[in-house]
Design a protein around this ligand. Structure first.
Ligand code: 0GY
Length: 304
């Protein structure tokens, strides 16, 4: 029986525009997913949504269309801890993709080493309650200790309001930390208000914390650009992302988040998302760090 998409599910934007911004040579899309296809790589029983299929071939075609050289494929919650779809994509990427996995406490050392050989360089811990069931902190800490010995990092996904409660746990993790989507700030609040100041302090006090300045389409309240390419796309997100990029230029990453799971009101044109980069990283030097130097240091250190 084929999987039925969650009602109201928005498929990704077909026919994305060609970005006006030409990304630097060797640019990395450091946050994207593959979904299924479900008949080949079934979605997990414990999933909270059933997406549209989004294959490796479609992801690699988008990579080429946007002008990127590489992808970092992040395990999505709809596949639980079954990493086969992500690993299959890595295996077919010709060395142009690295991965971030989801693992449970029972993962074996041999499996971790095999994932490393396949190109996995991190695990993802998800604290967004609509996406996952609760995992005990001691299990996560145990996993972090094991993957740190492989030189992997921990990608964390959480809502800004939960940072105070999670702070102690995050800062005790024995590995580099990469925050998804800027810690999901509420962009209707001031960029110099207490909530975002706390996030800035989190990064300032902990040099092992990196940040993906991704997902304006997910965080924005002002919304997408008009169809005529109005330059102020997702303008309410700009001050937040720009502040992070300018304060921590050596610890930021960028990704499309294709195929954009769980968006409810609109599906972004990935070409315009690439053009958005120039608003948050205004100089060629910042753009090169964000798109090439930083992700290469984290995911392809042997080539950087
Ligand atoms: C994202 C964001 C979301 C979903 C997931 O793994 C996932 O299911 O990360 C979301 O719904 O905010 O990064 O893809």
């Amino acid at each position: 029986m084929p999987f039925q998409k969650t009602p109201g599910w928005l498929d990704w934007y077909t026919g994305p525009s060609k970005p006006r911004f030409k990304v630097p040579a060797g640019a990395v899309d450091a946050h994207c997913h593959v979904f299924g296809p479900g008949d080949e790589f079934p979605y997990a029983d414990e999933r909270k949504y059933t997406p549209c299929d989004a294959s490796k071939q479609q992801l690699f075609a988008l990579r080429d269309h946007l002008g990127f050289a590489r992808n970092v494929i992040v395990q999505a919650t709809c596949h639980g801890a079954d990493n086969r779809a992500m690993l299959d994509a890595l295996a077919h990427s010709g060395g142009r993709a690295r991965g971030v996995a989801t693992v449970r406490r029972d993962v074996g050392d041999a499996e971790l080493h095999a994932m490393h050989d396949a190109g996995v360089r991190g695990v993802r811990f998800n604290f967004v309650k609509r996406l996952v069931d609760f995992t005990p902190r001691d299990e996560l800490m145990e996993i972090a200790g094991r993957i740190a010995t492989l030189g992997w990092h921990v990608v964390i996904y959480f809502e800004a309001v939960d940072l105070p409660e999670l702070w102690g746990f995050f800062t005790a993790l024995p590995a580099t930390i990469v925050v998804d989507h800027m810690g999901r700030p509420d962009v209707s609040k001031p960029v110099d208000g207490p909530e975002f100041e706390l996030f800035m302090k989190f990064m300032a006090q902990h040099p092992s914390v990196w940040c993906k300045v991704s997902c304006p389409e997910r965080l924005s309240i002002s919304g997408p650009p008009a169809l005529n390419g109005e330059p102020n796309a997702y303008r309410d997100v700009v001050p937040f992302a720009r502040r992070i990029v300018e304060t921590f230029p050596d610890r930021v990453l960028w990704g499309t988040d294709w195929p954009h799971p769980n968006l409810r009101d609109h599906m972004p044109d990935d070409g315009l998302l690439v053009d958005f980069i120039t608003h948050i990283a205004a100089t060629p030097e910042l753009q090169r760090k964000l798109l090439v130097d930083n992700p290469m240091r984290l995911y392809w250190p042997e080539q950087s």
